[in-house]
Each structure stands twice: as C-alpha cells, then as structure tokens.
Design a protein around this ligand. Structure first.
Ligand code: SF4
Length: 234
C-alpha cells in the first residue's frame, strides 16, 4: 500500500443521513479540505486541513475495518470536505476495504470531473451534488457538473441543496442537466437545515413547486431533509 499521509478530519461509524442510502449503517471517512466554500456548509472541521490528523492508507483502512466490524456496517463513505482532492489516497486504501467486504461510497460536490476518472471504477456508489449558485453563494459550476455527469457511471445519484435564497431558475437548470445526462437518475432535493447564523431552509411552497417541476422532467425525484440533525447523531 502506498505511503501517502492525508489530512483526515474524522473516522466514525454512524447511520447515513442523506440520499439513496439514508438509514444504512456506514463508516464515514471524512477528509479535510474542500475546493468550495458553500454558504450552508455544516462541516467546518472538514474545511480545516490544519487541525486534521495525517493518516497513512494502511492506518486508515485498519481503523475503518475495525469500526465497521464493531458497528455492523457494510459500507464506508468517503466524505468531506471534498474526497476527490484525495483520489490518490482513495485508490491506495480501496483494495483493503474491498477485501474486508465493504462497499465504497463516494460523496462528492460533483465538480472535479478529471479526478472522478481516477476512482469511478473503484466506487460502488457515487453521490454527487449539483451546486446552485444562489444556494451556495458561490460562482456557478454548470460546465463542471455537466462534464462530471457525462462521465459518471450508472451507480450515481444526485443531491441538490435548496435554501431560502435559492432561485427557481437555478433549480430548473440543475434538473435540465440531470435530464440531459440520464432522466432516470435518482434526484434528491435536500432543504438546507436551519442553523444559527447559517443558511435558512426554503419555504414549503418553494419545495412543493421545485418537487413538482423536477418530477415532471425526471422519473425518480424525492425530497429528503438531512436526517442526522433530526436523529441527534453526527
Ligand atoms: S462542497 Fe460540501 S464540504 Fe465543501 S464547502 Fe460545500 S458543503 Fe462544505
């Protein structure tokens, strides 16, 4: 196994709180560092590489397998931060995790399409975001998302976070991107979780309208808020 020390913010076993596998026990390997800075980001530790601890792939794999066995988890989620910034580490750690019988889930902001090419064959599931500029308070990444979707395999599903600031025109653009790539792709609308000093969730009317619009274009649309804050787990 290659000796690449990588900044890891956390490794823990919990229940998946978002998307297609919500409710499944998983080990989360949370990388530090991200290429974006979304207004609703609830992972400050993941953005701070300086306070993370550096781990070798062998060390991380041993810890993940131990936690999975103890916590009865069958999958590991590479999350962040942005895991694709650390694709070399993922390719180094993947064989040991697969050998232990774990499914590999990749949670990504869907921007780093070149790096996706390095790990797409290793991942069993890819959860990608489409980032709406009116939600994130950042610039647009339509072109990057389009390229990402063009190479994303069948095992990919999409998540779109909507806030009180989200413009319907941005949302419709995300639906169009998804439909152009694959009309049957699972598409999750995730209202932002209310946090003191942070982003606010959208109104019910907006969510209703967005859901109806998406369902008129795509075949597998669901509204699913983040479950972790509701369950009181991390
Ligand atoms: S892409 Fe994810 S980790 Fe990065 S800033 Fe946005 S919400 Fe936070």
């Amino acid at each position: 196994m290659k000796k690449i020390k990588t900044p890891i913010a956390d490794i823990f076993c919990s229940v998946q709180g978002e998307g297609l596998y919500a409710g499944q026990r998983q080990v989360f390997l949370r990388f530090a560092g991200c290429n974006l800075a979304c207004s609703y980001c609830d992972e400050p530790a993941a953005l701070d590489s300086a306070s993370a601890y550096g781990l070798l792939p062998a060390e991380a794999a041993a810890l993940v397998v131990k936690l999975a066995r103890a916590g009865k988890a069958k999958a590991v989620s590479f999350t962040g931060g942005e895991p694709l910034l650390h694709w070399r580490f993922i390719t180094a750690v993947a064989p040991a995790l697969k050998k232990a019988g774990l499914q590999l889930h990749l949670e990504t902001n869907g921007v780093l399409h070149r790096e996706l090419g390095r790990v797409e064959k290793l991942a069993d599931v890819i959860a990608m975001d489409i980032k709406l500029p009116s939600s994130t308070g950042q610039g647009a990444f339509w072109r990057e998302h389009e390229k990402f979707l063009a190479r994303a395999p069948q095992k990919t599903f999409i998540k779109v976070v909507v806030t009180s600031k989200t413009k319907m025109s941005d949302f419709k653009k995300a639906v169009a991107l998804a439909a152009a790539a694959r009309p049957g792709v699972p598409f999750f609308i995730q209202p932002a979780t209310a946090r003191r000093g942070g982003a606010r969730p959208p109104g019910a009317k907006f969510v209703e309208e967005a859901c109806c619009y998406a369902a008129s274009v795509l075949s597998r649309v669901k509204v699913l808020p983040q479950q972790h804050p509701l369950w009181g787990v991390k």
